[in-house]
Design a protein around this ligand. Structure first.
Ligand code: GSH
Length: 216
């Protein structure tokens, strides 16, 4: 692993693009932060140097000065709060809503998307059925506003879309959730993620997914 950390003055993100590091790279880009990216491989993650950063042996990891942080959504919330600006609301009630959607996506969306990626098309129907209830909740919220917190794109959208976007690499169809489709297209159509999503929803794509799915 190329450890560029010594003496670094900008945050360093470790992790490959087709992994949960994708959502952190997306956040860094949306926030306009200067950063370094170390595209750690699966082998790198088992090295002593990497395990010293993340004893779970997983990606991503963020290093920011003395802080070493793992868990992709914790990384994103830290970065959004640190950078401030339009992605991180100032009112504590709205910050709490960012947390609500972020934790909800980890608990209610991600396990089904990860399972669908791991199991392949044969079991897509089963995972689609499990996703139906949370997607209906998301669809209802998005029927009332353009983005999750209202008219403007926030960290909540990066986190939820960053998790849900991998569904495009599965056979799960979002047709029953038109507001989710509309919102997801807007989110991944933003300048940075749009570089990685070029095919219509539902098509077989090499979208950034999670190359080493784990069910946590
Ligand atoms: N909850 C963690 C999950 C991290 C995770 O499972 N990362 C995968 C890549 S997407 C990984 O490193 N897997 C390797 C392994 O489990 O050995 C997060 O969101 O950061």
């Amino acid at each position: 692993m190329n450890d560029a950390a010594a003496g670094a003055t900008v945050p360093i993100l470790y992790g490959s693009l087709p992994s949960r590091a994708f959502r952190c790279l997306w956040m860094l880009e949306e926030l306009g932060l200067a950063y370094e990216w170390v595209g750690a491989s699966a082998d790198d993650m088992k090295s002593a140097a990497y395990l010293a950063l993340n004893p779970n042996g997983r990606m991503p990891v963020l290093r920011d000065g003395a802080l070493v942080l793992w868990e992709s959504i914790a990384i994103n919330l830290y970065l959004a709060k640190k950078a401030g600006g339009p992605l991180w609301p100032t009112a504590s009630a709205r910050q709490a809503t960012v947390l609500q959607w972020s934790f909800w996506a980890v608990s209610d969306i991600e396990p089904h998307v990860v399972a669908a990626l791991a199991d392949g098309p044969a079991r897509a129907g089963e995972h689609a059925r499990r996703l139906a209830a949370p997607l209906a909740v998301l669809d209802g919220a998005l029927a009332r506003s353009r983005f999750l917190l209202g008219p403007t794109f926030t960290a909540a959208d990066v986190n939820v879309a960053g998790i849900l976007s991998s569904v495009r690499a599965t056979s799960i169809d979002l047709a029953a959730f038109p507001e989710v489709r509309r919102w997801l297209a807007q989110c991944i159509g933003r300048p940075w993620p749009s570089r990685f999503f070029t095919t219509p929803p539902g098509a077989a794509v090499s979208a950034p997914g999670m190359s080493h799915p784990s069910s946590d």
